[in-house]
Ligand binder design. Sequence first.
Ligand SMILES: [Fe+2]
Length: 282
Amino acid sequence: MPETTDTNPTSDTGGDPNHATPLRLLQLTDTHLYANPNGRLLGQNTRRTFEMVLALARKRFWPPDVILLTGDLAHDALPDAYQYLRGKLNELGVPYFSVPGNHDLPHLVSSTLNTGTMDTAVSRQQKGWNLVLIDSTMPTGEGGHLSPSRLEGLEHALNAHPDLHTLIGLHHQPVPVGSQWIDSMVLDNADELFAITNRHPQVRGLLWGHIHQAFSARRGELILLGSPSTCIQFLPGSKQFALDPLPPGFRWLELFPGGRIKTGIERLAAYPDPLKFTDSGY
Ligand SMILES: [Fe+2]
């Protein structure tokens, strides 16, 4: 699968809002950080791979206007892991925006990274776009669900800015990605999410983490995007848990004032340490 997507690649230039200055987003996801600086996940020191991916972003896509963090920020959900992440993010001088994943403690994400309450949707408007983030985690279990208050919050955020192109970010995939084990943890009420996006045609894209692999599809006018983790990658199409030897990376997005989305993936050249292949999960 090509790792660059452009929703409107052939538009002409010359005053075309699809070629004017875009809003530049850097997505960093599934960092799986540990409180212990030496913490490793299947052979990888996740602080090290995170810092390497960040260094790559600083070479290839800098500066972004916003950094989006789409969950599983800490593997052990301990305060020191979030404190470390906050320290690294604050050094960058770029606004950041996050949602928790199923490995996180949402109240620690909220308090440490200053996300605001996640009982509803959180949105910000910039350069003609509305960025809306919703927490898709459940108090127990690994799968995804959008509670009534979050769905209401999303609808409210969309009603408030019908004239702004919109990108929605969350942790869980709202559509199956073709891997049975990870699709057992899909967003279980995606029909309610899509009922809302159907009512609000300004929504241009959905962006998530969780699947630790690049994914791109369309649903009508909507672009659906999943992204690699900054640490381990999951093998696409695998029925059971399996690692992909592809190295860690990030997704970049350019959101143009005319509604066009250009996006791609950048990856490290290699893992810093040998990957511990296993079929028994992580
Ligand atoms: Fe994850």
